[in-house]
Design a protein around this ligand. Structure first.
Ligand SMILES: Cc1cc2nc3c(=O)[nH]c(=O)nc-3n(C[C@H](O)[C@H](O)[C@H](O)COP(=O)(O)OP(=O)(O)OC[C@H]3O[C@@H](n4cnc5c(N)ncnc54)[C@H](O)[C@@H]3O)c2cc1C
Length: 465
């Protein structure tokens, strides 16, 4: 195998929401930055068509800004931004056209001079006394030793931190893992009949699941509010008459939800989240995940057929595409200097070392029609402290995104794309600041200096109680 050497200030592993946020932030702060991605395109789950949750709280206040704004603005310029919207259940979210998102992400990375390294997988690290000296990357027949002053693990799975010797957790004592799912999109969906159906079928919907969102309104009034908002932000619940009846009749596989959200007004297109295989398959097991793909595709097709046959507005809809890959909700959590708990998140606890916020309810999908949904207190936000991004046992590594340091319950909210963008922004900025100051251990960076810089860059660290 050919051996190559590369050298950067900051090496970000994983080009999903967190890695994109981290790479942009590091480059904006003056670091020579490379973004390494195993796949052929940057975006990760940002390209799935799902709404970007956790950038707003349940009351509709923005809790994640900065780098996230820049990406949304790029989508907006190309007519690919829909939102923010309310789901009248628990949250407000931003919807984007995932096809436009592909271009938006590339444009922003390019603008800030991030070096792209697609088709390139991290397979190993070289460490010396708690410092990662280089990441070993593989592309076809070439191995690359990528050295950098700081590494950011945005792989979703904590691959780099794990290889570097940081402790990790996986599931909890129950061994339960969230199900695998495959998102798909349908175009030619007529909003008017769909929203009338929603308005007239409140018992089939999940609405008003927190007092902050319900605000004294009946289910019927909340269904009317979805109708009046004019966009399909719909959650048919697995135990309601519409979806529950279909599951009982064997027309739909057991699921907690058919969630529908807009992806393109021009194409009259929506994304549908409905499929699941809840067999505790590890996202780190390629054969296990591969074995689920054909079954998920059958569920996708069946759900599309079901919607066309039974859901007004879908009569003439056409199948428009699937997410680029099977969605994996849960793998390793890298244990860091601080471990955020589900209790802190649900109570909306504020922290002295905050570097970004979270606001999405705790969301743990389970088997059958089961799903844990715990709202954040008062429709507000909780703080994610810097220590959640600092893996134990290593000096020059930060984590960002789905693999940050939390317990399993908190991971049910910090895994949202808004929080991935926010933790990415903070990690990239912190790495660049350490390099500028000559710090060899991330722990040398005073949090108040990082907070000041993040505030300057538009990050939300205060308020939104
Ligand atoms: C089915 C499903 C539905 C969801 N619904 C929503 C929703 O509606 N709203 C919301 O906000 N969030 C949702 N989430 C959660 C959210 O999408 C993810 O948790 C989040 O996008 C993770 O971002 P990330 O950047 O940490 O990881 P990812 O987006 O997974 O990106 C990680 C990237 O790293 C790359 N990578 C991994 N390992 C390596 C390696 N060794 N070398 C090189 N590259 C590597 C991967 O190819 C990938 O592109 C959902 C998740 C799933 C699975």
């Amino acid at each position: 195998m050919t051996l190559k050497h590369l050298n950067y200030d900051v090496a970000v592993i994983g080009g999903g929401a967190a890695g994109i946020g981290a790479a942009i932030a590091a480059a904006k702060s003056g670091a020579r930055t490379i973004l390494v991605e195993a796949g052929p395109i940057f975006g990760g789950e940002l390209l799935s068509g799902m709404s970007i949750d956790g950038v707003l709280n349940g009351r509709g206040e923005w809790v994640v800004r900065g780098v996230a704004d820049e990406i949304f603005e790029e989508c907006r310029k190309m007519d690919g931004f829909i939102g923010p919207l309310h789901d009248y259940r628990l949250i407000c979210y931003v919807c984007v056209d995932p096809e436009i998102m592909k271009i938006a992400v590339m444009r922003v990375l390019e603008r800030h001079g991030v070096t792209p390294a697609l088709y390139t997988q991290l397979t190993d690290v070289v460490c010396d006394n708690g410092t990662v000296k280089s990441a070993i990357l593989v592309h076809k027949n070439t191995r690359t030793a990528l050295s950098a002053k700081y590494f950011i693990d945005a792989s979703g799975d904590g691959d780099l931190a794990f290889l570097a010797g940081a402790p990790t957790e996986f599931s909890d004592e129950s061994g339960e893992l969230q199900p695998l799912s495959l998102m798909f999109r349908m175009s030619g969906v007529e909003n008017e009949p769909l929203l009338r159906f929603v308005r007239d079928n409140a018992p089939s919907l999940a609405v008003g699941e927190s007092e902050a969102v319900r605000a004294g309104r009946t289910d019927e009034q909340l269904a009317q509010a979805i109708h009046d908002q004019g966009e399909p932000t719909i959650f048919f619940r697995g135990n309601g008459p519409f979806l529950g009846g279909a599951i009982q009749r064997g027309e739909m596989a057991p699921t907690a939800l058919i969630m529908i959200m807009p992806t393109s007004k021009a194409r009259k297109e929506v994304c549908v989240n409905a499929t699941r295989i809840a067999e505790n398959i590890s996202g780190l097991d390629a054969l296990g995940v591969s074995g689920a793909v054909s079954r998920l595709m059958e569920q996708v097709w069946n759900t599309a057929e079901f919607l066309k046959a039974h859901c007004p507005g879908f009569e003439n809809a056409v199948f428009a595409g699937m997410a680029p890959r099977v969605g994996i909700r849960e793998t390793r959590r890298v244990m860091g200097e601080y471990v955020l708990s589900g209790d802190e998140a649900a109570k909306g606890v504020k922290q002295r070392d905050v570097i970004t916020k979270g606001a999405h309810h705790i969301d743990i999908h389970q088997d059958g029609t089961r799903q844990v949904r715990i709202p954040i207190a008062d429709g507000g936000s909780y703080d994610i402290p810097f220590g959640c991004l600092i893996p134990r046992n290593v000096k020059n590594v930060l984590t960002a995104g789905r693999c940050i340091s939390t317990d399993r319950i908190a991971n049910g909210t910090t895994r949202m794309m808004g929080q991935c963008l926010g933790t990415g922004h903070a990690a990239g900025t912190a790495a660049a600041m350490c390099i500028a100051k000559g710090h060899e251990d991330i722990r040398q960076l005073p949090v108040k200096d990082l907070q000041a810089k993040l505030r300057d860059q538009g990050a939300v660290l205060d308020g939104t109680y």
